[in-house]
Design a protein around this ligand. Structure first.
Ligand code: GDP
Length: 297
């Protein structure tokens, strides 16, 4: 079974200290453990490699070898480095949504939790920030998805743009924009269509919607349990559409949070929120400390 990383690290160092003096080679050996643990937590190889290098530099600088509790010290360095990589700049959970009506574009693959997240976020903006929010579904290929958003809207007390059969995504986006201005909304959220995988048609459609809406925030919703796939999805969407942040869903599942680390390191985009369940309240601000703790075990 998987032994957690902090125990594993302390264990390795404690064994080494019992043998007497600790040298740089010992530290290196122990850091291999960090690399393995990161890979097991689904962090990509290059990211794990860079990470271990950074930890090694710090460990050497802080003369871990002379410490009486080298294990604990390395665990702390690893923890701090995890938080450093995960945090990035900007305040997690904060969105640029002044200048009403502010458009938020929600993008992602089908099944990632996009529609659920749109509603969760709308509820949060309404309740915590007192915003008047309008939601619109642009998923013209799946009428069920449009109805799903409408049902969620009723449930959370947030308005949705009335569905007009046969209307195309760009036209819906324009109508949402107009309705948001006329209705005095602070924010309007566009829930774009998803596909099971990234395809050219999807990207063209989302790009066309982006061009008419000129979104203040473009949030990519990705399934946090899909690990490396989530990172590839983010790279793709960012290259084609330009995202301003990421929402990692299913963080209530048994994933170890490695996707979050790779996501930050590879895309450089902030993780703004995490989804922690199916309920409308199960959305939280991304907290680097918590995810670092989860990776460390
Ligand atoms: P979409 O196709 O991307 O719009 O995905 P949906 O919003 O319809 O979500 C797909 C399924 O995932 C639904 O059953 C949601 O309730 C569920 N879901 C969404 N977010 C989370 C989450 O953070 N945790 C869990 N456990 N389930 C989620």
């Amino acid at each position: 079974m998987f032994e957690n990383l902090s125990e594993r690290l302390s264990g390795v160092f404690d064994r080494l200290t019992k043998q007497g003096a600790l040298n740089d080679e010992d530290v290196k050996t122990a850091l291999r453990e960090v690399r393995v643990a990161l890979l097991e937590a689904d962090v990509s190889l290059p990211v794990a490699r860079d990470f271990v290098k950074a930890v090694q530099d710090k460990a050497t600088g802080q003369s871990v070898t002379k410490s009486v509790t080298p294990g604990q010290q390395v665990v702390k360095i690893v923890h701090d480095e995890l938080v450093h990589v995960l945090a990035g700049e900007g305040e997690p959970g904060k969105l640029k949504i002044d200048n009403a009506p502010a458009p938020i574009l929600m993008v992602g693959l089908q099944g990632s939790g996009k529609t659920t997240t749109t509603a969760k976020l709308a509820k949060r903006l309404k309740e915590r920030e007192g915003k008047k929010v309008l939601m619109a579904s642009l998923d013209v290929n799946r009428p069920a998805a449009m109805e799903q958003l409408q049902i969620l809207g009723v449930q959370i007390g947030v308005d949705t743009l009335p569905i007009v059969k046969g209307e195309q995504p760009v036209a819906i986006a324009k109508r949402a924009k107009m309705q948001a201005a006329l209705g005095g909304y602070d924010v309007y959220m566009l829930d774009t269509a998803g596909r099971l995988s990234i395809d050219e048609e999807l990207m063209q459609q989302v790009a066309a919607v982006r061009d008419v809406a000129n979104p203040r925030e473009t949030l990519l919703v990705v399934d946090g349990l899909t690990g490396q796939d989530a990172v590839h999805t983010a790279e793709n969407f960012d290259a084609r559409i330009g995202i301003t942040g990421v929402v990692l869903t299913r963080m209530d599942g048994d994933g170890r949070g490695g996707a979050a680390l790779s996501m930050r390191a590879v895309t450089g985009k902030p993780i703004k929120f995490v989804g922690l369940g199916e309920k409308m309240d199960a959305l939280e601000t991304f907290e680097p400390e918590r995810v670092a703790g989860r990776i460390l075990g």
